[in-house]
Design a protein around this ligand. Structure first.
Ligand code: GUN
Length: 279
């Protein structure tokens, strides 16, 4: 039976550490402030944005909510970002993704001031992460590193396989694991013999967005399995990209869905918001 990596508990520990830091800042008259923009009313985005606002409240970060209609034009959204870039009271800006299809997501991401890019998605943040200089780290991959470290799992020298190559999770997760001295392989939809490559991983990070795609055949006995996926299916419970019931008995450590990676993303966002104050 695998050790369950409790993301809820670890994220709570981090949030409590950050809460103490914000209390100190507030005593010195500094109140961190995060602007959260949601375009449209995608139900999953509404849940994520709600959780981000709740975490801000818990930690003592002021949050400004911009819930704007689906029909908002790209130039209206860019104008809002420009206004927030120039507002000295706002430390961090987050635009919840995905955006409606008439808006160019990359243009919007790159419009956020790199000093306020608490998602870590801007070219400057990605460049800094890649060469290992100081900058905002993307929240989900940074959360994965924290989950591993705070669970006492050695990363250095381990064989890590990342399944998925998105700009938000797969690619940066691979870079951060490399920074921690893992030997890293990135797999994707064109990878040949995925099962063989995955089953050589000491640490398997799965972010492909396909419900229960990874089965016991993909997993080495005793491996650490990190599941980034989250899928709402009608009439069924939430599930990840990993077939949990089948993989759990074979793994050494595993993250559950929900309660694994998800809460860590929010905890790391809060950390970036506090970092933003110091910028
Ligand atoms: N949509 C899914 N994950 C994320 C995230 O980490 N940040 C933003 N802004 N949108 C997302």
């Amino acid at each position: 039976m695998a050790n369950k990596i409790d993301g809820k508990k670890i994220s709570q520990e981090i949030k409590d550490e950050l809460k103490a830091e914000v209390e100190q800042l507030r005593e010195n008259g500094v109140v961190p402030c995060l602007a959260v923009i949601q375009v449209g009313a995608d139900p999953a985005s509404t849940v994520y944005v709600g959780n981000k606002k709740k975490a801000c409240e818990y930690i003592g970060i002021r949050s400004l909510a911009y819930e704007i209609p689906e029909e908002t034009t790209e130039s209206e959204l860019l104008a809002l970002i420009d206004e927030l870039n120039n507002n000295d009271e706002v430390n961090g800006i987050l635009v919840q993704l995905p955006l409606p299809s008439h808006i160019d997501e990359n243009k919007v991401i790159q419009a956020i001031s790199p000093l306020k890019d608490v998602d870590g998605f801007s070219e400057k943040s990605v460049g800094a992460m890649t060469i290992g200089t100081n900058g905002y780290l993307p929240c989900t991959p940074a959360g994965i590193i924290q989950l591993l470290k705070r669970s006492g799992i050695e990363i250095s020298g381990k064989n890590c396989v990342v399944v998925g190559r998105s700009n938000i999770v797969g690619k940066p997760a691979a870079l951060l694991m490399l920074r921690e001295n893992a030997t890293v392989t990135i797999c994707h939809s064109r990878t040949k013999d995925l099962k063989k490559i995955c089953s050589e991983a000491d640490i398997l990070i799965v972010a492909i967005g396909k419900p229960e795609f990874i089965t016991a055949d993909h997993v080495k006995e005793g491996a650490v399995v990190i599941d980034v996926g989250i899928h709402r299916r009608e009439g069924k419970k939430l599930c990840g990209d990993v077939k949990y019931d089948e993989v759990e008995p074979k793994a050494g450590y595993i993250t559950p869905v929900p309660g694994g990676v998800g809460p860590m993303t929010i905890a790391m966002l809060m950390e970036n918001c506090i970092k933003a104050v110091r910028k």
